[in-house]
Write a protein that binds this ligand. Sequence first.
Ligand code: NAD
Length: 360
Amino acid sequence: MSAMLLFGHDGLRQAITLVFEAGGADAPTARAVAAMLVEANLSGHDSHGIQMVTYYVDCLANGGLDPKARPELVLDGGAVLKIDGHRGFGAVAGALAMEKGIERAREHGVALVALANSHHLGRIGHWAEVCLEAGLISLHFVNVIGHNPMVAPWGGRQSRLGTNPFCAGIPGTNNHAPFVLDFATSRIAFGKVGVAHDKGEALPEGTMVAADGLATRDPATMIPDTRGGALLAMGEHKGGGLAMLCELLGGALTGGGVSKPENHVDDTTLNGMLSILINPDALGGFAGMASEIDAVTEWVRSSATAQGHETIMLAGEPERAAKRLRLEQGIPLAKPAWEAFVAAGERLGVASQTLEQAAA
Ligand code: NAD
């Protein structure tokens, strides 16, 4: 087990902002990237937080991420929108996609937003939460290209797809918090392999196979060379099908491109995301839906717990609980993860003392 360090969220945001400003982003862009990453740490998803900075800096160095690119609205069909991220930061492309989608869903009741060629969009639940703040339901189907695939299809043992996340957000009521379902369609997100590697921990049983097809719990199987093994799809044939659906909607329909050998060569991460935003008021007002949400939530929670479970949680709860705790107590980081962040900053000319002071 590696030593753990504890940081405040403001300090981490400032330190990350300094790194991306040094990497060529303007100040608002660097701040937006830092905010998206630290929000993932606060939500308990360290795989998508500050730990991503080293990787983003690699992508800046190899041209797979353009720090100056601005997302562009390339098709405006009213309720149907298409945005090209031009390989710029996902924090900026995702924000434009949600801003436009929210505007159009308010106007038309529903909006379909196809976002292509965005660099990494981070924790997709973040985008559902942006829609929830506007009172909207949202569904997001995401694919991943730009690097070697990491996930074997159901029934296979060789990587063919990305970790293709699916996400949905349903507004809360006066009595219950929002439902935010957000997961990679692989059994674990690839970033969690990195987090386990940093902490010196084994992976959960049944998440990965080595190149020979045998099960392994060693994160070093896919780090640093992802071709050493494959993550398995979640939920057997059903999860494998959902992963493929994310590919078809997030990659093929958006025009961003699907997982195929010629889209694996750039050593970057490009997300395609098809988002559907729904204004519940458009179907006759949220009040009726709210009472049904309350009824089913209470009914579901009334089940006796199964062996090994203390409570019945609904999607979104673990992230809110992590956020409450981390806002109060700080964000824990494994020492190697902090050292890797500092080294990434130094590569861009930011002194380690500057980062340590910013984060203190
Ligand atoms: P995960 O396995 O931690 O599952 C998270 C989901 O399950 C959340 O909705 C959470 O609220 C819910 N959940 C967790 N425990 C629960 C419980 N006990 N009861 C009820 N619900 C529970 O997530 P993951 O698959 O490791 O994905 C982590 C993150 O990685 C996600 O935010 C995802 O969007 C992100 N991701 C991004 C990309 C990308 O390319 N941008 C790719 C893959 C994953």
